[in-house]
Design a protein around this ligand. Structure first.
Ligand code: TYD
Length: 227
């Protein structure tokens, strides 16, 4: 009898409800790179691929991803401000994004594909602008604790090619795109340094044809899905 009541409580839980196995947590994929590296065109293809494999995917971006985050994006991309203000606004938008979008999606079992995340803060505010990395680490711990992307595609490209792409795109540029080549070179170095430290990075040579890059991303995503 003891055995049977133990089994019953396992099946029905204390409140009489059936305990369902927890939904498997979704995966968090990010895309990073210096401005002009061309990541945006590949994000949609990766999302289509994941959906065709049967995953529910939330597509989002930073800074932004929530109504408040998008307002903060407008400010940080276009208003001149002190470096620490810029960094705090990136993390303020990120906190909102994590609480309202990223964590709920991962908990539901959805996959989240995000155009930039905290690696961009290390690269741009840390590498590019020279903010003390210890400050970024403190904010990172405070704002997202143990949450890290599971897989990060880093589009790597020489700053000369990237600058040429930005200038010939004919789009309005933001405060970061307007920075000089040496700023972008420091951003690139900071990204590569992170990529050498963390196994989640997949570094792509962004100076290949669109089809070649697409194929490499497809292979990585499919191999990741099957793990
Ligand atoms: P980006 O995502 O490249 O958008 P678009 O493709 O429309 O130009 O632009 C966002 C900019 O914000 C980019 O230059 C990098 C910068 N950025 C930071 O400086 N720090 C951060 O933490 C994040 C997320 C972005």
């Amino acid at each position: 009898m003891v055995g049977s009541s133990a089994r019953e409580s396992e099946e029905t839980g204390q409140g009489g409800k059936i305990d369902r196995p927890p939904t498997r947590r979704g995966k968090f994929i990010t895309f990073e790179g210096i401005d002009g590296a061309g990541k945006s065109t590949h994000i949609d293809a990766a999302i289509d691929l994941l959906r065709s494999e049967g995953f529910k995917v939330v597509s989002t971006r930073e800074p932004g991803g929530t109504p408040l985050g998008e307002k903060l994006r407008e400010l940080v991309l276009h208003e001149p401000m002190h470096l620490e203000t810029e960094t705090l606004l990136m993390f303020a938008a990120r906190r909102e994004h994590i609480v309202c979008v990223i964590e709920p999606a991962l908990l539901r079992g959805d996959w989240v594909v995000c155009d930039r995340f905290t690696d961009a803060t290390y690269a741009y505010q840390g590498g590019g602008r020279g903010l003390d990395v210890a400050k970024i680490e403190t904010l990172e711990r405070w704002v997202h604790g143990n949450l890290q992307p599971d897989l990060t595609f880093l589009f790597d490209l020489s700053t000369t090619v990237a600058q040429w792409r930005i200038q010939t795109q004919g789009k309005d540029t933001d405060r970061f795109e307007q920075e000089k080549a040496d700023f972008h070179a420091r951003v690139r170095e900071a990204y590569l340094s992170r990529a050498s430290r963390f196994r989640r990075f997949c570094v792509l040579d962004a100076d290949q044809t669109r089809d070649e890059i697409k194929k490499l991303i497809e292979e990585s995503v499919l191999s990741y899905c099957s793990q």
